[in-house]
Design a protein around this ligand. Sequence first.
Ligand code: FES
Length: 531
Amino acid sequence: MIRFTVDGREFDAEEGQTILQALDAAGVLMDGVDVPHYCWHPKLSIDGSCRLCQVEVEGFSKLQIACDTPVTDRMVVHTTSDRVSAAREGVMELLLLNHPLDCAICDQAGECKLQDYAFAYGVARSRTREPKRAAKKRVDLGPTIVFDQERCILCRRCVRFCREVPGTGELSVFARGDRSMIDVFPGAELDNPYSMNVADLCPVGALTTRDFRFKARVWNLEDVPSVCSGCSNGCNLYMGVASNRIYRHVPRRNDAVNDTWLCDAGRLSYAEVGAAHRLDQALARDAEGMLVARPYREVIDAAAARLRRVVDVKGPGVVAGVASARGTNEDLFTFKRMLDALGTEGAYVALRRGESDELLVKEEKAPNAAGARALGFAEAEQVVERIRGGAVDALVVVGSELLDPGLLGSVDALADLDTLIVIDTHKSDLELVAHAMLPERHAAEQRGTFTNHSGRVQAIAPGVEPGWEAYEAGAVLAHLASALGLASFEGGYDPVGVSKSMARSVAAFEGIDLSTVGEQGIALRSADGGG
Ligand code: FES
């Protein structure tokens, strides 16, 4: 390690780090030490093109760009001198020369670095009398991104991202001088699975996502930190929430999980929270065999009575539980506890699978497959054989993954069950054969933890509330267990309390609960990963 000084404060740096990298690693960049920057990004190569990050370094006659100046031992840096301020004003004046200054109608307003830095480091007046450069507005770069050429400041973050992260390289800078313009190559379009990250990277309002464009003002959104539930990578994100509605997902930095990226599928997955086919009422089969809406407590009691009758007549060996790997650790822990208390022979977890890539997207399309394994759930393939072989009379299922082609494929094998109790966020074909259906909260509506593919336990938080009576799957199962008369399920369901109980009784989770995981997660004690 080497030591250097910035504005009188001493910092450590690693050999080879630039001034910006060292300040970023120390956690003070723009949060204690202000070195404004546009083209530099912690996860991209250095471009050195915007010149906004100039600082004074003792021993150098000229100002240096902090993004590309390596720290040396006992280096002394000044970021607030008159020379630095004059350089920033000059850079801002040049950047604003051709900028349309259409902040009032720009979607980036409220989170625009050009706006922020113009206020903080720029000058209020422009000295030019020349007309501004005219360029194209609303250029479709691909299915997800709309480009405003006039707003672009040519920081080239988007170009480097496409080349360096997904490796697709659709974008480049064309022409020269003040005609320079970002564009896609002829005949190409920006259409890779990570395309929407360029909107996050764009420090101004040049690149916006078609999905979020003009939907909400960002200062009206609350950023709720959570975790994507699209696959087992568990990418960290913020839900942008207003008026009990999620307007967008944006990535949240976690260098151990997703750096600063999010795949497009995960980014758009918030749509499932408000989907029209949400299961929004408790249902029970009536005397005519019709599935009808009934009060939640009535359905819980009816389901418990059916389950109790099967256990009393045939014993717990014919009862099985199939969890969903999108359930939280707390949901799964409660489910396992209920099945153990009933004396059943197996707890299974159903897992959706799909495409993967080398970057973030994992094959397991659920956020908590590793958590389910750590909690003792077996793969659902095993229960499929038992169901088909007639060894199961009563089934408690969370989610509909059991119907996936690699498992049952349809409801046919479930039609003859004595009792089928379904807990789910959305409606599915299980409606055709279920005896009771109970609505469940979506991950965006509950507290809890997921364990990602590498064994990292991460917290999720509720961003919105369902507009109907719905509980976490763990709570529904606790209500069911209580109605069954199983010991120690009275008193409701508290995710924090359950996580503490899990930390005490499951060795892999020792010391890991909702009060200790923090915003960046914590590794399982004995994670064997998977995924
Ligand atoms: Fe250093 Fe752009 S951030 S030159």
